[in-house]
Design a binder for this molecule. Sequence first.
Ligand code: ARG
Length: 460
Amino acid sequence: THELLWQSRFSEPFDREALLFSSSVHVDRKLYKEDIEGSIAHVTMLSEEAIIPVEEARLIIEGLEEIEEEISSGALEPQWEDEDIHTVIENRLKEKIGPIAGKIHSGRSRNDQVATDTRLYLRKAINDLTGSLDSIKEVLLEKAELHSKDIIFGYTHLQRAQPIAAGHYYLAWFNMFHRDQQRLTDLFGRVNISPLGAAAFAGSTLPLNPRRSADLLGFPAIFDNSIDAVSDRDSIIEFISACSIIMMHLSRFAEDIILWSSYEFGYLEISDAFSTGSSIMPQKKNADLAELVRGKTGRVYGDLMAILTVMKGLPLSYNRDMQEDKPPLFDASEATVSSLKIFTKMLRNTRLKTDRLKELTRKDLSLATEIAEYLVKKGLPFRDAHRVTGKIVTLSISLSIPLPELPLEKLREISELIGSDIYDSLTPEASISAKKTSGSASFESVQQQIETAKTKLRGH
Ligand code: ARG
């Protein structure tokens, strides 16, 4: 019963190796639910428009519902010889209800069918990702609240730069993932348009009602142009691009976690349940999950390049090349959602070593900006303050005395403007508290940011 849908004009059967090469069943079988949902909507519309008899539509729909059950339960295993999932389903329907099954394809092509299936898949994939982004934002907000008064180093160029409220760090990620969610929400509007009724690419002479099938599938809008409806894959490109940006964020975050959990940094502990060991070196505790997320980022970027390249030279309208859209789509979608989920779980199970960080920040050169700004408050132009502070830093290094412990006489030898009140500002707490600008790394700003983040938690 492996009948191809298009063989009537040929006198020879399709070469088996050619069929194996062109079959997409192993990939698009993932769309069987979407395909059946789309077919049921189409057939319902056909019967309402009196294009096919109601009784036949009922038979077709019952058959389709059974087939969905058969595939879900494993009773029906889609075979590659059927070319694609659309044919698998139609051939099975024919087995069940006979030639009436053929009426399912009135006013429809596999071109608008596959475009519809893809949009149904994309809607679900976007919702999945949006939900996963809600979870990581929740964890980040929790961490920000837990650590709103703790102190960590902020880095630029991977060099210690200034001490900051730890909550500030987590809220930076919160905002990035929030924008990722906004990107998906925005894209959802462009995905949520029904191509069904465009037929092969030019519409149909049958009195179809594309608005009705769109309604049945929950699409608020339908295509304006039937060529556009079947021949663009920009919504897949936008989706994988949104996935790539999410992965880029996760990968950078993973990098911090890998570094911070190393012995050399020692800022962060990942719980044992989310760490791996070595088969030979018994002492090892590795951040493999973060590394895998970082690695999968490469795959998702590859998926984006794949689909962009598939589309770049295609003449309008449909071309079979476009069948190559689904492997990157499924791969990017699955890699991104699984990365987000496991990363969120791992993140929840990390512990910031706040006591150690407190100790380290107290003795660190990263308080130097404080000295420069102290001198600015005493009237020195910032450029001069920077020069003076540079000398103090050099002194601190050459004497091996931490900045806050340098004796006052030594400091005054470098600048007369320095008084004993300088020591008040030479603690990480004072440094952080003294930040005045909105959205800064100060404790007060973190409190405000937490309030804002609460409103952004589900407000994408
Ligand atoms: N399997 C094809 C795809 O995924 C859909 C079938 C359209 N085939 C065709 N020869 N017009 O794009």
